[in-house]
Design a protein around this ligand. Sequence first.
Ligand code: NAP
Length: 335
Amino acid sequence: MTQDKLRWGIISTAAIGANHVIPAMLQSSRLSVDAIASRDAAKAEDAAKALGIPKSYGSYEALLADPEIDAIYNPLPNHLHVPVTIQALEAGKHVLCEKPIALDAKEAAQLIEARDRTGKQVAEAFMVRHHPQWLRAKALVDDGVLGRVRAIQTMFSYYNDDAANVRNMADIGGGALYDIGCYAILTSRFIFGREPVRVVSLIEVDPTFKTDRLASAIVDYGDGDRLVFTCATQLVPHQSVAIMGTKKSVTVEIPFNQDPTRPARLRIDDGGYIKGAAPQYEDLEPANQYMLQAEAFGEGVAKGSLLYPIEDAVKNMAVIDALFESARTGGWVSL
Ligand SMILES: NC(=O)c1ccc[n+]([C@@H]2O[C@H](COP(=O)([O-])OP(=O)(O)OC[C@H]3O[C@@H](n4cnc5c(N)ncnc54)[C@H](OP(=O)(O)O)[C@@H]3O)[C@@H](O)[C@H]2O)c1
């Protein structure tokens, strides 16, 4: 990068970009969002106007050819994450790509080779690990406040039965595990600080969409420590993560889609509430995890090494692969 600030280009008018990630990036003084591209020039122009982005392009290739762009944010549907990210790396751009990084770990691993060949940085956009609430939860665990962490219980669900939504299209990477199960895996790897050894899953497939709409799993971290989670695309919206130690638990109340204008809350409890004691709460200052993510990526690019290199994304993907394999075989799958 020759500029002080990373100059970003956005690939597509995806809802997550337009509604959350781009507005967050625009609040940062440490980067600039200079261009947006769409397959449709009018859509790109409208989005650029609405968001206050100076340049728009009617094709992704035109954006990638812009020499005044240093980094690309890629929020395309899941089947296009790896191919378009590789195109962008080959065009000389760094890339922050949405989760899940790929459709399987083998595809994801292509990004290691592409990064090494092009010398450009690439990362998976897991914004949650930049949120102060997760940094605090991790510090509580690492400082031993919970005792030994033995179990994490995670729930993540929403109701979406719109056939036109990318999440309900099996052939382009729809389904619950790809869309939100990935967060349960990511946050448990983050908290345990190691990789799981085996998994078992129970998955229900939507008869029309052919996507996994209700997926539950046990992810065994060895020594008896485990993540247990359920994720669903056709269930009441809900999210929570409970990290259970031998002495205390920490509950991350809104673990994934925390509103950036509100304080985040951790509940730290030793079980006293069962006998009527008030649980202890920690409120954290409001924070925009998408802005923090983009700034952290910029710092990593400037230093020449990312906090979460793409190898981490390949490991997360390998767990998803194993969960699908377990559903097919009906048993434990080793990692
Ligand atoms: N980190 C988070 O909090 C978060 C939240 C939601 C979603 N996501 C991720 O972000 C990605 C996009 O999700 P989204 O809900 O924003 O999707 P979306 O609104 O459907 O946007 C996807 C965009 O991709 C472009 N596109 C190119 N080829 C396409 C195709 N064959 N079918 C559909 N769209 C195509 C379209 O843009 P143009 O027409 O402008 O080219 C479309 O607007 C997914 O990978 C998802 O997992 C992340």
